[in-house]
Design a protein around this ligand. Structure first.
Ligand SMILES: Cc1ncc(COP(=O)(O)O)c(C=O)c1O
Length: 394
């Protein structure tokens, strides 16, 4: 066998959007209808008003190297936002916060910074199934074994933590939690996090919460991992890391700016890795990011659009509104056939749920039988999307 065949990258499947392109290849969306792209979770809202003036004021700083961990002013803004948003008493901007180029690279790098592939047996890296595919790629390339937690409708799509044996927890290095969840809209409540954090303490593993949808919710503000840790007396956030970004909160996915925060020891490891890999954010963009963390008014305006869009969709389509995120996760018979039909007959792009899951040891992909639609185009299109999808279901 070719010696390069063994490379861990070869164990990764094709990314969901590449698979979607292949699925729709050669098909034409209905030319009589305005096209609705509900495939990708890319917010399409107006640019917040502070972006341009902040960029203009700091444009000359493109001529300076930024620090990889994020310059002081940005880490301070992030720490202040975390304190305000999650009622945290202490967040040290120097030791408990890093800047990230969006959550995606940070979520991927996390497994590489935190797990020890030289351990006698490969450690488990736990993650929901279906999931944001980066967790899976990170676990595999970092030398861990993915442990899939099925998220099923019967339990409100909560990643299972009750049915896991002590042997598995003993060998677990890291648990990825996504709350609010892409794609299911599940949101962790305080009791879920308390249970998980007690297990983390008992079995000594890390909990990493992907909170990039924390500001997009239907009714109640989602609780954060650090907040629950603090309220349990874990005021140093031991074993906890959170990641968040301005991509969804501020509708600035192109800014590529986010945060990593929590346990100072883990932040130190992470910082060391990043000093070698070097994902620094240019200084003018760090200033835009700081301005975005400092402002809540645009976030509230966005939230209203997302809530109204969910209402517009579910008033027509029926069913339960997800607790968080701007995704709807709809049960269908055959997800690939449904996605093709939606494209050709109704001019709508969706994502098959199975592309966001992976087969477990029993050959079951927990994303099968679902499609995901992103409500990112405002309420009129959300209502129109629901009308078109209802026609297919009918
Ligand atoms: C669950 C989840 N995590 C992380 C990301 C990455 O977002 P970003 O890197 O823009 O912060 C996304 C983007 O769609 C996502 O859905």
């Amino acid at each position: 066998m070719d010696k390069h065949q063994q490379h861990r990258l070869n164990q990764l499947g094709e990314y969901p959007f590449a698979r979607l392109r292949k699925l729709l290849d050669g098909l034409t969306p209905n030319p009589d209808l305005e096209f609705i792209d509900a495939g990708a979770g890319e917010p399409r809202l107006p640019l917040p008003s502070f972006v341009q003036p902040t960029l203009d004021a700091h444009i000359a700083e493109f001529s300076k190297y930024p620090t990889t961990s994020g310059n002081d002013f940005l880490r301070k803004s992030i720490a202040a936002w975390l304190k305000r948003r999650f009622s945290l008493k202490n967040v040290d901007a120097n030791t408990q916060v890093l800047s990230a180029n969006g959550t995606r690279e940070a979520l991927f790098a996390a497994a590489h910074a935190l797990i020890n592939p030289n351990a006698e047996s490969k450690p488990w890296v736990m993650m929901p199934n279906p999931m944001y595919q980066i967790y899976l790629g990170a676990a595999i390339t970092a030398g861990g074994k993915p442990y899939l937690q099925p998220c099923v409708q019967a339990t409100g799509f909560a990643p299972d933590i009750d049915g896991i044996s002590d042997d598995v927890w003993e060998d677990t290095a890291l648990v990825y939690v996504c709350s609010p969840s892409n794609p299911t809209g599940w949101v962790a409540d305080e009791s879920y996090y308390i249970k998980l954090l007690k297990l983390a303490e008992k079995f000594d593993f890390y909990v990493l919460a992907d909170e990039c949808y924390s500001e997009i919710y239907y009714a109640d503000k989602p609780v954060g991992l650090l907040e629950v840790a603090q309220n349990m007396g874990n005021t140093d956030y031991k074993r906890c890391l959170v990641m968040n970004s301005l991509s969804k909160r501020s509708a600035l996915p192109g800014l590529r700016s986010g945060l990593i925060a929590g346990d100072a020891g883990l932040i130190q490891n992470f910082s060391k890795l990043r000093s070698y890999t070097g994902p620094a954010t240019p200084l003018p963009l760090q200033h835009v990011a700081a301005a975005a963390w400092d402002d809540e008014s645009h976030v509230q305006q966005h939230l209203k659009v997302y809530r109204d869009s969910l209402d517009a969709f579910f008033n027509v389509y029926g069913g339960d509104v997800p607790k968080g995120s701007f995704f709807v996760w709809l049960a269908v018979d055959d997800e690939e056939a449904f996605v093709r039909k939606a494209y050709v007959e109704q001019g709508v792009k969706l994502l098959p749920g199975s592309y966001l899951g992976t087969e477990d040891e029993y050959g079951i992909n927990a994303g099968s039988g679902f499609v995901r639609a992103a409500l990112v185009d405002g309420l009129e299109k959300a209502g129109e999307l629901a009308r078109r999808l209802s026609k297919i279901i009918a």
